[in-house]
Ligand binder design. Structure first.
Ligand code: NAD
Length: 301
């Protein structure tokens, strides 16, 4: 069975790596947080002490890192002497980055990889921690057609829907559009539920009503932000673990950068980004992004 080097074992990376192990791959893991990497050992992963050790002998590399700065450091190297994995892997290693980052960084890495005769795709995901655990993630791939099929052959073990968005960087662009929408609809859902509570409604009853009405959306269906309405969502686990507010702020910021480049108007996304900036600045950046509900409740009378 082929060998996968998995880089970044956080909220998303660890369940994805576990599913690859269950599917029968040899998985070699590396994270700068050694505790996060060590947690993978009981599941059968080889825990590497360095990036170099992790990618040694790997047929495929999958990275799941916080932001563009981390992805550039891992692939291209950093200013502290860290060698990038483009200089560490063998010629036939296939490279997949599933982090959500700016499209320009994804294109830069794809170009640098091609200059070295390596193949790279951007393949950000949607579906959250629950989707990563259940291997039902949606992957949004940017790259050539043959590389899309190559990525599909591996990603089918961790995802359910795998889309080819277009050329290098287009996976990231489609992902940013999706998360712009998510940030807006989560804000709207928090707002509507909070208004209902202020006016004496039961949030569970209100959620049931909106689920069968025109306000129905993903946050209400899968990820209700009001504690106690839905079991097993971050809101009912003190907003742990999940998709951290700081990552949503990053994604809405990436949406704004894209809008500046294309001179597009994104007033709703800009407002959602500012709501997250206020909320995160109050010490909530490590909480799940649905904790924006608390921001609304703190404004309540
Ligand atoms: P996380 O912060 O929980 O995990 C990231 C991991 O990367 C951490 O363990 C960190 O130590 C590690 N890391 C950072 N720099 C590194 C380096 N140089 N070398 C090796 N490891 C390094 O984040 P997450 O929630 O797992 O998200 C990962 C990516 O997936 C982000 O881009 C995020 O926007 C995206 N995403 C997250 C979710 C979600 O629900 N959490 C959903 C969709 C997409």
């Amino acid at each position: 069975m082929s060998t996968i080097a998995f880089i970044g074992l956080g909220n998303m990376g660890s369940p994805m790596a576990k599913n690859l192990i269950s599917a029968g791959f040899n998985v070699q893991v590396f994270d700068i947080n050694t505790k996060a990497a060590k947690k993978m050992e009981p599941f059968g992963a080889m825990v590497a002490a360095s990036l170099e050790e992790a990618v040694k002998g790997a047929d495929t590399v999958i990275s799941m890192l916080p932001a563009g700065v981390h992805v550039r450091a891992v692939y291209l190297g950093d200013h502290h002497g860290g060698v990038g994995l483009l200089n560490l892997v063998s010629k036939d290693t296939f490279l997949i980055d599933s982090s959500t980052i700016d499209p320009d960084s994804a294109r830069l890495i794809a170009n640098e990889a091609a200059n070295k005769g390596l193949e790279f795709v951007d393949a950000p995901v949607s579906g959250g921690v629950a989707g990563a655990e259940a291997a039902t993630l949606t992957f949004i791939v940017g790259g050539t057609e043959p590389n899309f099929h190559k990525a599909q052959a591996v990603l089918q073990y961790v995802g359910k829907h795998i889309f080819h968005a277009g050329k290098a960087g287009d996976g990231q662009m489609a992902k940013l559009c999706n998360n712009l929408m998510l940030g807006i609809l989560m804000s709207g859902t928090c707002e509507a539920l909070s208004l209902g509570i202020d006016n004496g409604l039961d949030p569970k009853v209100l959620s049931d009503i909106m689920l069968q009405s025109s306000g129905r959306n993903w946050a209400l269906e899968i990820y209700n932000p009001c504690p106690g309405v839905m079991e097993k969502v971050p809101a009912s686990k003190e907003y742990h673990p999940g998709f951290m507010g700081k990552l949503m702020l990053k994604d809405l910021g990436l949406g704004m950068e894209a809008a500046i480049q294309s001179q597009s108007a994104i007033p709703m996304g800009t407002l959602a980004r500012n709501l997250y900036a206020f909320h995160n600045a109050n010490g909530n950046e490590e909480l799940d992004f649905s904790s924006l509900f608390q921001f609304y409740r703190h404004q309540a009378k």
